[in-house]
Design a protein around this ligand. Sequence first.
Ligand code: URA
Length: 289
Amino acid sequence: MDRFSESAAAVQPAEIIALLRWYQDAGVDEAIGDDPGALGRPRVAAVPSAPVQMAPPQPVQPEPRPSPRPQAAAVLPGSDAATGDARRIAAGCSTLEELAAALAAFDGCGLKATATQMVFADGNPDADIMIVGEAPGAEEDRLGKPFVGQSGKLLDRMLAAIGLDRSTVYISNIVNWRPPGNRQPNAAEIAISLPFIERHIALMQPKILLCAGGTSAAALLATREGITRIHGRWFERAFPDLPAPVPTMPIYHPAFILRQPGMKRDVWRDLLVLKHRMIELGCAFKSDA
Ligand code: URA
């Protein structure tokens, strides 16, 4: 039996029920058109059998600063000096609490000035799975926690479909302050945030890392490939502070799924690929799952 048939045969009745529940929760009430035989079949054939070894990510180039006025000794938010500061400060933190405090005190990211508050993390810091999104939105900015708005609710349903919840995952974002008007964070904001999220991941030491959305995947995997090409695939992401690379999978961002409900079958496949890898690695699920 090849890898694909083995995995297809391994789909359990509980997974089929979870899939149906997932469709029901997502508001699907009709089956039209698509090959029903394909439902629930994990797309493991698309996952390389040997994990892809990623080159260490290249630093993201900061966007040219609009106002090049020299400011003696001032550390301008988004500047190379601010990014250097971020790297030095993050490297000096040896616990998640220290990192949160250092980030809260850090003035090098211009988004801090317009956001209500910093959004650091939610979930269980001892979980095996860490999910990194893009940036806080309005609800996250208001409540100080990642993924608590509409897309957070969908993320929770996605996790529940494979026996996970916020006691079995840990969630953060590339950028810790809300970009005004929910715009995408720019290259300079990502570059300055990267040392903190890399240290965050290294301190959390997940068994599996999920990049929620193309911005997170591009920042953490230093790839130019779009999310539609790389979702559901495994990458091995090395961190200088960790002894071994972390198996890392990009998934569709829940906000994208809300806009493109036709993606749900792909999402389900990715979730099954994740679940199978979690079982292989002995990761913890919800106790009642
Ligand atoms: N989108 C994200 O990427 N992160 C959040 O925390 C909320 C929405």
